[in-house]
Structure formats: structure tokens, C-alpha cells
Design a binder for this molecule. Structure first.
Ligand SMILES: Cc1cc2nc3c(=O)[nH]c(=O)nc-3n(C[C@H](O)[C@H](O)[C@H](O)COP(=O)(O)OP(=O)(O)OC[C@H]3O[C@@H](n4cnc5c(N)ncnc54)[C@H](O)[C@@H]3O)c2cc1C
Length: 243
């Protein structure tokens, strides 16, 4: 097992990690940065950037449907090619992910380790077969999608904010659980893509607002009990199907 010494070890390449590495190496420090999965973390790969790319596609569909209001003729029905929507989103994400990866790998004074960092002591981190030592260890380990322990959740297929990024088809009926901005974003975009959307929010949150999970979504053609949840209405989307 190899041991490496650094001035600082940063675990995670999300929002703060790469900039901190840049600042420290710029001041002549020898820094290690560890990433277990996707360079750039949540925002770049399964958060802000992909959702905003999807929101933009949804808005394009919305505005195409509203074209006549603005004096723009759109012949025929507006349809959405979800495979193309996902491909566009993937290309945007890849650009950012590659940018962060190359930035870190090319950073003088910064050594990149790919693997799960585990603290062995207050000054030691293990990554795969390497032991890294430094007087300073910075945690930028971010968030994870949390699946709440709801009755029945183990019996249905569901998506988190990460899993929904792989969807390249239009769900007939999407049930979104969670009332934060993330759930609202997915609700609006899928309604605009043409899915039926139902959004549910617990009245008794079990976790503080700031640490609640991003909305879990269920994409199934399941019949819902009438009168439960909230049907989102976007008249311009007007997809066919039962209410
Ligand atoms: C769907 C969605 C949409 C969002 N939209 C927006 C938005 O529009 N605007 C906005 O401001 N915010 C948005 N956010 C929030 C934003 O993405 C997060 O606040 C931000 O990404 C958190 O950054 P972070 O650096 O703390 O953590 P993260 O970006 O999660 O980075 C942590 C990194 O650490 C790595 N890691 C974790 N543990 C280890 C380990 N033991 N060893 C090695 N690596 C490890 C992870 O793989 C990850 O790459 C959104 C979030 C979601 C889920």
C-alpha cells in the first residue's frame, strides 16, 4: 500500500472542492482531491445543469404550443422527442463534466484520486489501495438522494433525481413526491413534455427543510385514488388522456 503526503486532502469534486484545490495549489500547496463517482458532483451531473437543460426543452415545447398567441404559426401538433431531449441534456452535462475533470487532472500541484475516500484518522484518508496523509482534510461530500421510508415504497419502481436523468421516454403518468423547488421543476417540465403529473407533499415532514430529499418520482401508469394529491394543470400542454 502506497502512502502519499499532502498539505491538504479534499474529498469530493462538487461545488467547492475544485475551486479550493485551485486556490491552494495556486499558493504553492500540494493538494490531493478525491472523487468516487462523477467529477463536478450533483450540480453538474444530476442537479442544476441537467435540470435546467430539461427545463429549457420543456419551455421550448410550451412556447411552441403557445406560438399562435404570439403570431407564430406552428403547423400540426407539437410533439416532444424525449430521446432527443435527453441527448441534448447529456451533451450539455458531458461538456461540464469533462471541463471539471480536465481542469482538476491538469492542475499543477493537484493529484486526483478516483475512488471512495474513507477517513482512517483525523489526518489520514484511504482511497482504494492508497493512504493519503495531510494535516488538513476538507469534506465536500455533498448530498445524496434520500428515499423516505414510506409505506409501500419497496413494492413500486421509483426514480430519484439521479434516476430520472436516464429517462428517455414520456411517462404516461408521473407522481412526484416532495414539495420543494426540485419536485416543482420536474412537475412543470414533465407536464410541458406532455405527461400527466400528480404532485404530493407530506404535511408532516420528517426532516428539516434544508436537508429533505429531492423529490422522488414514480413514472407508472398506475391509477391513483381520486381526490388525493394535486393534479398540475398546464392548459397549453393539454395532453390527451383521462383526468
Ligand atoms: C435535481 C436538482 C436540481 C438542482 N438545481 C439547482 C439549481 O438550479 N441551482 C442551485 O443553486 N442548486 C441546485 N441544486 C442543488 C445543488 O446541485 C447542490 O446544492 C450542490 O450541487 C451541492 O454541492 P456540493 O459541492 O455540496 O455537493 P455535491 O455536488 O453533491 O458534490 C459532492 C461530491 O463528493 C463526492 N463524494 C461524496 N462522498 C465521497 C467520498 N467518500 N469519496 C470521494 N468522493 C465523494 C460525490 O461523488 C460528489 O461528486 C439542485 C439539486 C438537485 C438534486
Amino acid at each position: 500500500m502506497a502512502t502519499h503526503e499532502f498539505v491538504a486532502i479534499i474529498i469530493g469534486t462538487g461545488q467547492a472542492g475544485p475551486s479550493l484545490a485551485q486556490r491552494m495549489t495556486g499558493e504553492g500547496m500540494n493538494v490531493a482531491i478525491i472523487e468516487r463517482k462523477l467529477f463536478g458532483g450533483t450540480c453538474v451531473n444530476v442537479g442544476c445543469i441537467p435540470t435546467k437543460a430539461l427545463v429549457a426543452s420543456a419551455r421550448a415545447a410550451h412556447m411552441a404550443r403557445r406560438g399562435p398567441e404570439f403570431g407564430v404559426a406552428v403547423p400540426g401538433d407539437v410533439s416532444v422527442d424525449m430521446a432527443q431531449v435527453k441527448a441534448r441534456k447529456d451533451a450539455i452535462v458531458a461538456q461540464s463534466n469533462t471541463g471539471v475533470t480536465n481542469w482538476l487532472k491538469g492542475m499543477e500541484g493537484c493529484t486526483v484520486f478516483e475512488g471512495h475516500g474513507r477517513l482512517e484518522s483525523a489526518t489520514t484518508v484511504r482511497v482504494n489501495g492508497d493512504l493519503l496523509e495531510a494535516p488538513k482534510i476538507v469534506l465536500n461530500v455533498g448530498g445524496r438522494a434520500l428515499v423516505p421510508d414510506m409505506p409501500g415504497i419497496k413494492d413500486v419502481e421509483f426514480l430519484t433525481n439521479s434516476g430520472i436523468m436516464e429517462v428517455d421516454f414520456l411517462p404516461d403518468h408521473l407522481v412526484i413526491i416532495g414539495g420543494s423547488y426540485i419536485g416543482l421543476e420536474f412537475a412543470q417540465m414533465y407536464r410541458r413534455f406532455g405527461a400527466r403529473v400528480r404532485k404530493r407533499r407530506s404535511r408532516t415532514p420528517t426532516r428539516p427543510r434544508s436537508s429533505r430529499a429531492p423529490g422522488a418520482a414514480r413514472a407508472t401508469p398506475t391509477a391513483e385514488r381520486p381526490g388525493r394529491g394535486r393534479r398540475l394543470r398546464d392548459p397549453s400542454a393539454a395532453p390527451p388522456g383521462p383526468s
